[in-house]
Ligand binder design. Sequence first.
Ligand SMILES: Cc1ncc(COP(=O)(O)O)c(C=O)c1O
Length: 419
Amino acid sequence: MPVCQKLFWLEGATNKEMKGNFNHQLSESEIQPVMLLDLKRQYDTIKDEISEALKRVCDSGAFVLGPEVKLLEQNLSAYAQVDYSVACASGSDAILLALMAAQVGPGDEVIVPSFTFFATASAVTRLGARPVFADIDAVSFNIDPVDVKRKITHRTKAIIPVHLFGQMADMMSINEIAQSNRIVVVEDAAQSIGAELQGRRAGCWGDMGAFSFYPTKNLGGAGDGGLVTTRYEKFAQCLKLYHVHGMEPRYYHSVIGINSRLDSFQAAIINVKLKYLESWTTMRIQNARRYHEMFIDAGLDNKITLPETLPSRRHVWNQYTIRVKDDLRNNMKMSLTERKIGSEIYYPIGLHEQECFKYLGYSKTSLEETYNASREVLSLPIFPELTENEQRLVVKAIKDFVESREARRVLPAAVAKAA
Ligand SMILES: Cc1ncc(COP(=O)(O)O)c(C=O)c1O
């Protein structure tokens, strides 16, 4: 950027927090949009198969549960390396049903990360139990086993490690803690289908694993959907009972369940998409590698923190999440938005800071790594069909933002010196 433009940019800056106008040097025609997630690109490649699958469901007349759902449960059991799967209406319900099967109720505590989507903790409160928030590991964003251990009490009934952004939590440590305290482990694998630790998949490590088929997930349907995996028949039986109102036989209820059935349209779509999941995952991994190289080539790896894959893991990159320090994250996001480049903050606030969890009594900074992450994270486009050129545009936009910020810091001193 020419110096005169930089100066103009500086004059445009009002006070500490810039509000927009980060890219005024670009004309409207120079802006090339990059979507955070373009579902249509994927749909276009499997359109005919999806149409056939939906027609099959219409012709069968089986719209809820039925053969497609059964097939999905079999497919997912094989994929997640477990013996049993029970499909349900959403990932949120999958967590709820797993906790119900574990007999979580009033008086119990369930340890969950604070840095996660709301559903991880809301399922706990729905059953009258108390969520206990644990901090995260700063590199992987996943629950910190050391903090989990610290928070175990005689009331702890379950732990929900979340495999955030596509990478598995430290399940060896979590399982060890759980086994020595007779605690149930429910993996929240909503964002991590196909992720692996030591070659074993997400959903097969804990007592149960909860998956989501929400459209933004790596295996997304065309609406809501979820599924619970388990290696244990006793949990599978409970899950099967609880997701249909606790009804067995018909119109006889020994327990109070919920209505959480997967519809056959979703199952049919997901069965089609499952055939492509491995190749889409490979594309996500390639995109992550490419970002890594591009950010290093652009000299940005010491200006922003790049995401890492921890040893013995297969990261499936539901999100590519960088960290931006010095209160620059929000301005960087704004600058990308001006260039029509999609980005998102997962998550801007830890659950322990949420209004509805104030009664639990956490202070903002009581979970330090969660607090820091929520102020620094920014997720960039990483979907499988993202092109190399689009990734280049994302990296260039971040480079321009970082350089303009540096110019802003250096130039006033230089101008003062010259004067
Ligand atoms: C970590 C995590 N857990 C649970 C859920 C809930 O899944 P669903 O939206 O299918 O209810 C999500 C979905 O966003 C999630 O990201």
